[in-house]
Write a protein that binds this ligand. Structure first.
Ligand code: EPZ
Length: 416
């Protein structure tokens, strides 16, 4: 398994360009299953998860062509299957997003239960209850889920929790259902808004994404579209923290400033200097930083996907910081690895108490999931000596050209 070796001590300086958002690309790729015409999608990042989604759509019969420079054409005119192999399903939880489009277009789909992953159990009850409300029959047996609907009907659905995936899944199913659907207590993430504009470009009638109530008027069929995916707000936040943890000075290009507002507000509270103009963010850190407290919440609260990266930063800030993780029940797997680097962190259930240390020291570490891996890379940038991060396949799921981009900012990192 390949790994990163990082020599700590260099401040990050210079400019970095942010890639397309993984968590927008995945639902948008799946939504293209609902059209019989070409969907041309720009700003696609080269990520492991995108490769897996490509394999998954191809296994259903979709034709996918990479035009190079981040543009893909997807044609789902000849979908010949309605089930996904277990081996493919287990590679990525977001594969569960195919249920909505396949139910909407074909009235049936069979998938293996997507494996939970290291950050939590990740049930699908909200997804499945919603589809049943829309008239689907759901059978769960031997680790497989089969969903069938002779006719999918719109429904008034109230989510127990603003689940991102369930919001996207139901939006897609409702786009081809009979009649009107309302999703109440919907997720408000920017990736949900990007999916809405993709669906509406295909001829769907969706409104309200970005608020907690989304209304969809089902259509008979959907057409082709050309769409550019939004930039990745979590990649953006990861580099912003890279500048803060190395006390550096960087400019991030191709960003949507308001999508990272929750992080910007907290970094400013810690004393990080952040200037923004449209499409750009300038992060510079000279002064001593202050400890802060954060609580992860659904958007526009502080994103859980930035929690491990922020913990790495807080480990280097004198004083005591508190992190409360409210979204996933097991998203502190990076703590043991940060402790191995000298971080002083106490865990009490969903609460992490971080006492900042003078400096972290490089050692052998292991990525346990995507964002935990990113946190270890950030800690390695500032730790004394060499830090090895193993299992970097997790990191390559969600960060395009991470070592190259970091080297472009002056970091000493190589892949072996
Ligand atoms: C999306 O996952 C993201 N993935 C995750 O990013 C992100 O952490 C998460 O949203 C929360 O923001 C993609 O968009 C591909 P949820 P998703 O459904 O949709 C519970 C990354 O690092 N829940 O909003 O799976 C669930 O257990 C990844 O890029 C139910 O109880 O997240 C969790 O505790 C990691 N029942 C909470 O809701 C359900 O039916 C949030 O899950 C569905 C979810």
């Amino acid at each position: 398994m390949s790994k990163f070796i990082i020599k700590g001590g260099n401040r990050l300086e210079g400019e970095v360009c942010i890639s397309g958002a993984k968590n927008a690309i995945l639902p948008i790729f799946v939504a293209s299953l609902m059209s019989e015409s070409d969907c041309i999608i720009h700003n696609i990042a080269m990520l492991r998860d995108v490769e897996v989604m490509e394999q998954l759509l191809t296994s259903l019969g979709a034709k996918i062509k990479s035009e190079g420079n981040g543009t893909y054409t997807i044609n789902s005119n000849n979908i010949s299957h309605t089930s996904i192999s277990e081996q493919l399903m287990r590679k990525m939880r977001a594969s569960n997003l195919i249920i909505g489009p396949m139910l909407g277009r074909f009235g049936e789909v069979k998938i293996a239960y997507p494996g939970g992953c290291n950050i939590g159990d990740r049930p699908m009850d909200i997804h499945l209850k919603s589809f049943e409300k829309m008239g689907a029959e759901i059978y769960e047996e031997h680790g497989f889920i089969t969903a069938r609907a002779k006719e999918l009907r719109g429904a008034d659905i109230h989510f127990d929790f603003p689940s991102v995936g369930a919001t996207e899944n139901v939006m897609m199913a409702a786009a081809l259902a009979e009649g009107k659907t309302i999703i109440r207590n919907a997720a408000r993430e920017p990736e949900v808004v990007d999916l809405q504009s993709f669906l509406n470009g295909m001829g769907a009638k969706v409104q309200g994404a970005g608020t907690d109530t989304i209304r969809i008027e089902g259509q008979k069929k959907l057409g082709g579209i050309e769409h550019t995916v939004i930039p990745d707000r979590i990649e953006t936040g990861t580099y912003m923290i890279g500048a803060a943890i190395t006390r550096g000075d960087i400019v991030l290009d191709n960003v949507i400033v308001e999508h990272v507002e929750p992080l910007t507000a907290k970094l400013r509270e810690a004393g990080v200097k952040i200037e923004t103009e449209s499409g750009k963010i300038h992060v510079k850190t000279k002064e001593q930083l202050k400890p802060i407290d954060i609580k992860t919440l659904p958007y526009p609260g502080f994103p859980t996907d930035m929690q491990p990266q922020l913990m790495a930063l807080l480990s280097t800030i004198q004083g005591t910081s508190i992190i409360i993780e409210t979204i996933f029940e097991n998203r502190f797997k990076h703590v043991d690895e940060l402790r191995r680097m000298g971080a002083k962190i106490k865990i009490d259930g969903r609460v992490a108490i971080i006492k900042g240390v003078e400096n972290l020291s490089g050692t052998n570490t292991q990525a346990t999931d995507l964002r935990a891996g990113a946190a270890l890379v950030l800690a390695g940038l500032v730790a004394s000596g060499d830090t090895v991060v193993e299992n970097i396949n997790y990191i390559q799921r969600g960060y395009e050209n991470l070592p190259e981009k970091l080297r472009g900012l002056g970091a000493q990192i190589k892949t072996i």
